[in-house]
Design a protein around this ligand. Structure first.
Ligand SMILES: Cc1cc2nc3c(=O)[nH]c(=O)nc-3n(C[C@H](O)[C@H](O)[C@H](O)COP(=O)(O)OP(=O)(O)OC[C@H]3O[C@@H](n4cnc5c(N)ncnc54)[C@H](O)[C@@H]3O)c2cc1C
Length: 425
């Protein structure tokens, strides 16, 4: 009898799991359920579309035929409302029920709304789907004054969209700099200058107390906690994600700002797996639970989950002992909006020590360490050392005592190996 795999979510995690399952088990029944109206597209590129730099076509990754050719049942526009883990059933908003042997939850997150008046007013945009990008672009082409809220990577995308669409914008930030959890003021200043060059003015120690709307309910200004008023009829808000776990509320699946899984993408409930942004996974390199919000990581988690779903079902059917696959990954996230490159890797917002250096007007590096090991960092201007740093993270080498060496523009790995060996003696 064929195994029935049901996947909720057709983002990169869900889609990569479906592909992996099909390759590993040609006889399996594979169903992918998504509440979006289109099959997998490149979420990373929708910002380029919103900037007006890319047409729609290259953003799509899979046409529905891709699923047909692989005999994968794709259900579009279908919202999952509940799961019964005892009966092994998935329930949808249309009342349909899908039975599963193995279930993968790859539902990612939904942008959080600001808890302020008029946060959902017409003209206030959140950015996650291709449809959001179409709305953002259409509106951006008709306006010349905007407001941006949320001092993280997605907020930076909104700033770049304003720059490309020639919108003068105020970027309201709560602290004294952009992405304060990963960058010092020295590093952030490089980004602030780049924003200003694009007509986006960062405003520090600010935020939104409320949005003001016109008679038709369209946003016309944001007022910060000090009462300063910033006009704009286009607003972009990116303050984080609410993870899509509501449909698991009546199940024993453990959730904690996402779904808790081990390094094999297994939840604590038999036959239920999770992958992608939604997971609070056990990071074998870090030695603790972590969360990644990056495309490459979601793709790899989907593939690991798919491999293990097939291996586990084979083991149940014929008692075979197949190699289970572990998620062991150093995540990266690169930004290409400016005339200098920017890359964050690993877990740059965590750690108990750090080291940083500025090399030039637009060249800067910061490294984060935990328990004596490198765990992440941010590179601005020169990305040439990234593979060395990622290798050091993967190898879990105790290098925190060699900060000077790691801050050399060109890190000498042989010298570093000698120094860490001497230190170990
Ligand atoms: C504008 C933007 C720019 C980005 N840029 C980068 C970048 O440069 N580099 C990088 O590494 N990462 C980037 N990311 C992050 C990256 O896109 C995500 O980490 C990745 O897409 C996560 O994939 P996922 O499959 O886990 O989740 P998602 O892509 O969020 O997919 C989850 C899917 O599940 C569906 N779903 C949710 N709930 C239900 C339900 N109840 N029923 C049915 N379907 C449901 C959702 O509609 C969605 O289609 C960016 C994200 C955005 C939005």
């Amino acid at each position: 009898m064929s195994t029935s795999h049901v996947i909720i979510g057709d983002g990169i995690a869900g889609s990569s799991a479906a592909e992996t399952i099909r390759e590993a088990d040609p006889d399996a029944d594979v169903t992918v359920i998504t509440d979006e109206g289109e099959a997998l597209y490149n979420r990373i590129l929708i910002k380029e579309f919103a900037k007006g730099k890319l047409p729609e076509a290259p953003i799509s990754i899979h046409e529905p035929e891709w699923y047909d050719e692989r005999d994968i049942d794709l259900q579009l526009n279908t919202h999952v409302t509940g799961v019964d883990t005892d009966a092994h059933e998935v329930h949808t908003h249309t009342g349909d029920v899908y039975e599963y042997d193995k279930l993968l939850v790859a539902t990612g997150g939904t942008p959080a709304q600001l808890p302020v008046d008029n946060a959902d007013a017409d003209g206030v945009h959140h950015f996650w789907t291709f449809q959001d990008a179409r709305n953002i672009k259409e509106h951006a082409e008709q306006t010349d004054q905007g407001i941006i809220v949320g001092a993280g990577l997605l907020g930076l995308d909104l700033a770049a969209i304003c720059g490309a669409q020639e919108i003068d914008a105020h970027y309201l930030m709560r602290g004294n700099r952009w992405w304060r959890y990963a960058l010092s003021l020295d590093g952030a200043e490089i980004l602030h200058d780049a924003m200003r060059e694009k007509g986006v003015e960062p405003v520090f120690e600010s935020g939104v107390d409320r949005f003001e709307v016109d008679d038709e309910g369209h946003v016309e200004a944001a007022v910060d906690p000090d009462g300063n008023r910033y006009e704009g009829d286009w607003a972009g808000v990116a303050i984080g994600l609410d993870f899509n776990t509501e449909f698991l509320e009546d199940t024993p699946v453990e959730t904690d700002d996402g779904i808790v899984v081990d390094e094999y993408m297994r939840t604590g409930v038999e036959d239920v797996y999770a992958a992608g942004d939604i997971t609070q996974f056990y990071d074998v390199i870090l030695g603790e639970r972590a969360q990644n919000g990056a495309w490459g990581s979601a793709k790899e988690q989907g593939s690991v989950a798919g491999t293990n779903m097939v291996a586990d079902s084979d083991a149940e059917v014929d008692g075979s002992v197949e190699e289970e696959e572990e998620f062991r990954w150093v995540s990266t996230y690169s930004v290409t909006h400016f005339d200098f490159p920017f890359l964050s890797f690993g877990h740059p917002t965590l750690g108990d020590e750090d080291a940083e250096r500025k090399y030039g007007e637009r060249e800067w590096r910061r490294l984060a360490f935990k328990d004596g090991k490198l765990i992440g960092g941010v590179l601005i201007g020169d990305l040439s050392q990234q593979s060395k740093f990622k290798k050091l993270i993967r190898e879990e080498r105790p290098v925190a005592d060699q900060k000077e060496m790691l801050l050399e523009q060109d890190v000498d790995m042989d010298e570093l190996t000698e120094a860490t060996a001497a230190q170990a003696e």
